[in-house]
Design a protein around this ligand. Sequence first.
Ligand SMILES: [Zn+2]
Length: 803
Amino acid sequence: MLKRILFSGALLVCGFYSGSAQQIPAWQQLASQPAREQCATMQMDSALRAKYPEMGSRAAFEKTLQERIEQIKKLERTGRLADVVLTIPVVVHVVHAGEAVGTGRNISEAQVKAQLETLNEDFRRKPGTRGFNDNPNGADIEIEFCLAAINPTGGTITERGIDRINGASNFGKSTWSKADIDGVLKPNTFWDPEKYFNIWVVDFAASDDRLLGYAQFPSQSTLPGLSPNSGAGSTDGVVIRYQSFGNAEKGNFPVMQAPYNLGRTLTHEVGHWLGLIHIWGDANCGNDFVDDTPTQASESRGCQKGRVSCGGTNMVENYMDYSDDACFNIFTRGQKTRMRAVMEVALRRANLVNANVCGTSVVARPTANFRAENLRVLLGGQVRFTDLSTNFPTSWTWTFEGGTPSSSTEQNPVVTYNQPGKFRVTLVASNAAGSSAPFVREQYIEVLNVGLCADQTNFSGTRTVLRQPGGTGYVAGQNSRKTKAVSEFFDNSLSYNNMHGASLRFGVAKAAKGAETESIVTVTVWNARGFQNGPGAVLETKEVPLRTILEDVANNRATSIVFDRNVPLSGLPFHIGIELTYVAGDTVALTTTRDGESLLGTSWEQNANGEWERYRVRQGLNVAHEITARVGMKPSVQLTASKQFVLPGEPVTLNARGASIFSWAGQNLSSTLGGQVIARPTQTTSYTVTGSGLDLCNATATARIYVQPGTITGVPTALPDEALTVSPNPSDGLTAVSFRNTSRGILTLSVRNVAGVEVLKQQYQKTDDGFEKTLDLRTMPSGLYNIEIRVGEQVVRKKVVKY
Ligand SMILES: [Zn+2]
């Protein structure tokens, strides 16, 4: 396929230029071919970071990397940098479909060896090979690759560095798309990425048949909650098409296809795996963050020697270009510094050089080493330790100063810290050859004097209600620019998992219909996966009566809310804010700090077009909203009321969650115990539930029910919550709805999105107690939806989350 495209492309050019074809340099003919998707590293990087936000951004990694690069350059200038050759153990997963060894996709051991030899020639700039150059900027990277001799359980590998995988019998696939490789193949076949550099050699599926390979960029995995061998760790490595893995000059390998048959696809992808970017910076005259590679307009094809772009002669021989294999021969000194820095700052890379799995057998004692999942924890928090000792230890002796337990013999223990301070951790690892020296990390774990339940705010300063500059209304509320919503960003740096409530301080609240208003204000929680950490999908909403806010503003206090459930934060950043409506003529505005009192740019607004922007960017204001998030590692008691405005004596169902035993206080309750009670208030009342029986962050929750004068007519009766179950929830959109009660007749099933818009409505005839339906929201955007089932005057609602 690839050959055919190359051939027809060249023919077209020849035909067009007819007789003068020989005057056209070969590279111009090649450059006029349709662009090939040769290397998918950049594309896969974006997808991976979207899937695992805890990897952090490439920009953040670049910052750490540049700091280390500057240090290395300084050491080089003073001659204080010792030259050490780093050796990286490799496992090549040869993915075949049942062919005999050495045939077709099941490439021979000789082909694998030829490839590794080529990789080392290129990385060591070895004289007398294609990997040599005499460019003054050309560098010996001083990194070598060895084929592993020991497998992850300490056994000897018969064909060194090779793991043959029958894709057909194990996964039912003989050809592989990128999605299947990263979703199925890699997570099921990877070897510990801190001991082995994983390379998969595959036959790409037809959808990817223009692809030669792709790599996973290095990342910092020091963020809390990110286990190095899960998430992005399970896909770390390089994928190469089998027709381009090897070197046709080093043996008879008939499956290899020119012009990508000299093993340089792997050199290119290992460059990415060690942090290098394409030489053209993936943009027109873009930046590859290396200062001795010439700027280049775009990828080169064929071998465009002497190509000029971006005001200079390009380096088409650089492995990070798209030239043919035979054209390549150089990594620069700047690229070397970058790769060597990656070997220090990227954790999975750094540990590889100590893996010691290329030796022939386990004869030496272990060298103890370990890492903690997180170095800072909350008081009462837990830390998981990961053994990184070499030489396949069989027993471990850990000592944890300040921890519970204070010692352990597990390989990867979990320890709880109940006192603040900085604590030492010690490990001795042993195998049949003996015990290691104790490995000690002093003051390794820092336990903060902050609990598992906390109030977090960015507000610190002078309480202010900012007027809209050059318009009417308020910056953090309704205004003449028709701001749709405002939010406050919380970085959640201590990785809280739950939010049970929030408090928001309003400086202004006016109701067009006066004190008896039934208007509501929506408080919303978003994840921070929007553009530049802006608000993304809605995690939860809570409707607050404007009357509550009027009372709170009049009494000069913040408005406290309890969400209907523990909002799952998953340890990630989030936003809390209010959504603004303009129809009723009501007005609200949050208080903020004074301009200049907050420099972190945590306040955001959604403009009239629905786009989110920071205040700092849009309006040049450095403020923080007065919003507090009630967060915790443990659950809290949650309270839902079926209505907030009722007529005197009208029933309201109150549901409590989060604990095992509940007690209630308030007027006219059907019971003072249990998870669900019916209240029939005759005047406006606050109902409070107290939970017990579990370790909780907050044991109480309150709901205020407003009573209107009038009589009861035709008001729907709320059914008990248990009448409706939705599972799974959260879901990918496909979820089963199950409703049970004794009523019969027309049943209406409707679904509304968070904006209250009905997105689905269906009617059925209910003829017995049970009603089951599969709901398909897969074509709808991610977020929160409200499901309602109504039979006659009876109604039940449930929130569902689509991720
Ligand atoms: Zn590439």
